[in-house]
Design a protein around this ligand. Structure first.
Ligand code: SF4
Length: 533
């Protein structure tokens, strides 16, 4: 999978939410504030891959998901889908993007319209997709006709020139002549600008000298020597300009003569009679064909999908997410929590997207239903090759479903890698602390739940340097000033960590990291660490 080109590429994406500035702040000149929800995130997802995105609440995971789904515009950065960059418009590009990337929202109750029945909720996506395909289908014939005409004109032109070698030679000469004239004019203007700059410099220096050697009070203007010098400079400058103008005119006249002579010569080019006849026949035969109407593929897209078609397609789709087909006419409130989540899933998958963003798909469900939903996701991925971006707090779900995992803290990625690598051998101190806080179903280990101390800093004023520095036990002075880049560790492109001391802290166990008073490699004296919970 590592050699497959990425399906989705996210490059340095930034999302800030500017806050309204009060009158008092404006009068006092206090700069506008913004919530730095996502700051310079880069990641890639390959076809058929699941990337888990974990982190504390408020770390920017959901905002990143919304930016990728283009429900929110990015403040900066680039999004690419199958190598095609996302445009900023709201037109067909956005429709095509949403056709390929679907999102399952965090709250299935709030994201389903309570007035619609199950088939209508899911059918909305089908109707929207039909509308988009109709737009493309309507525009496609016009594009094909336009491209066909252009191709025919180009071919006709090529054949005509083949019959008239003199014309081809004349056109080529004309192109060269124009390019040469433009190049010479540019060189002349540049030379003239340089000469003028030199002249002004010399006059400026003369003025300085006049000031430095100013005659006594009472006398008027600069000394006669300075005046004479200035007149000489101006005279030389004007003479040089006149000389260059004359040279330019002579050169242009000479080139013009040469060009006309070459044109005359080119106009005498003739083909041997047999060759001339062959080419002329080919040209005439092509002209006789005229402009045949291109074969336009008819794309039958109805104006609107009928109620019957939608009901049938939803009826077929419901079993794929584990819902019985006879619940077509139920309202969302008549489903259980798991049922509503499946309904959301069916709405996202019915249009066959390439990437599904799953925002906490199991957070509102009990453990048994969580397992069912996750199993269904894995099965659907195997069947249809969907890629998933799984945004969750549930590390067990990530371990079960994801191929790779990215850890986010305060709007930035701090660690990315294979799911086993990151979850079993975390390197970044934040990842270690996050994973150490996950409850383990083991009676002996229940007493050793660790947590990182300190408050998560505000997103209005993220700390300079490493954002984890105020809570990190390994913090050094460099961390407080220099933002650590997300860099490869041990030369492995698939494992990246944003920490200045990644190599030093890689082998420190989470228990050592967070146990009170435990020795850690050169910890900052003022940053004693967390407590057992
Ligand atoms: S060691 Fe420094 S760079 Fe690494 S996580 Fe801690 S504060 Fe950040």
């Amino acid at each position: 999978m590592t050699d497959t080109p990425p399906l989705l590429e996210v490059e340095n994406v930034v999302k800030h939410f500017p806050l309204p500035r009060g009158l008092v702040d404006a009068v006092r000149g206090i700069p506008p504030k913004a919530v730095h929800a996502v700051d310079g995130v880069s990641l890639a997802i390959r076809p058929g891959e699941t990337l888990g995105l974990i982190g504390e609440s408020g770390s920017g995971k959901t905002t990143l998901g919304w930016v990728i789904a283009r429900l929110l515009p990015a403040s900066a950065g680039t999004l690419r889908l199958s190598g095609v960059e996302a445009d900023e418009g709201q037109g067909p590009g956005l429709l095509a993007w949403r056709r390929q990337i679907r999102i399952v929202f965090q709250d299935p109750v709030g994201s389903l319209d309570p007035r619609l029945r199950a088939w209508q909720v899911i059918g909305e996506a089908l109707q929207a997709q039909n509308h988009m395909e109709r737009q493309f289908a309507l525009g496609e014939p016009a594009r094909i006709v336009r491209e066909h005409r252009n191709a025919v004109r180009r071919e006709e032109q090529r054949l005509w020139l083949a019959c008239h070698p003199a014309e081809e030679a004349k056109r080529s000469l004309m192109r060269d002549y124009r390019a040469g004239v433009e190049q010479r004019a540019k060189a002349f203007e540049e030379g003239r600008a340089r000469l003028e700059a030199d002249y002004r410099d010399a006059v400026g220096r003369l003025r300085e000298r006049a000031r430095a050697t100013a005659p006594s009070k009472g006398s008027r203007g600069p000394s006669p020597e300075i005046v004479a010098e200035r007149e000489r400079l101006t005279r030389d400058y004007r003479l040089e300009i006149a000389r260059r103008d004359a040279t330019r005119r002579q050169e242009e006249a000479r080139i013009g003569l040469e060009f006309r002579a070459a044109l005359l010569q080119a106009g005498r080019q003739r083909l041997p009679p047999d060759e001339q006849k062959r080419r002329t026949d080919a040209y005439r035969a092509f002209r006789k064909q005229g402009l045949p109407p291109p074969v336009i593929p008819r794309i039958p897209v109805p104006r609107r999908l009928s109620r019957g078609v939608i009901r049938r397609r939803v009826w077929e789709a419901l079993p794929t997410v584990g819902l019985p087909p006879d619940c077509l006419d139920q309202y969302p409130h008549e489903f259980s929590g798991g049922g509503r989540q499946r309904l959301s899933l069916a709405r996202a998958l019915i249009v066959n997207p390439r990437l599904v963003i799953l925002d906490e798909p199991t957070s509102a469900l009990d453990v048994a239903v969580q397992a069912q939903i996750l199993n269904r996701l894995v099965a659907l991925q195997k069947e249809r090759g969907f890629a998933y971006l799984l945004i969750t707090h549930n590390v067990a779900a990530v371990r079960y479903v994801a191929h790779r995992v990215a850890v986010m803290y305060l709007g930035q990625l701090v660690e990315v890698g294979g799911v086993r690598d990151v979850l079993e051998r975390p390197i970044h101190p934040y990842t270690k602390a996050l994973l150490a806080a996950v409850p383990v179903p083991d009676a002996r280990r229940r007493r050793t739940r660790y947590r990182i101390t300190g408050e998560i800093p505000t997103l209005l004023r993220p700390p300079p340097g490493c954002r984890f520095a105020p809570r990190c036990p390994f913090v050094i002075d460099r961390c407080r000033t220099e933002d650590p880049p997300l860099r490869e560790i041990s030369g492995r492109a698939d494992r990246r960590v944003a920490c200045h001391r990644a190599e030093e802290v890689a082998d420190v166990a989470p228990d050592l990291l967070l146990a009170p008073g435990a020795p850690v490699p050169s910890p900052h004296p003022s940053s004693s660490t967390g407590t057992a919970g």
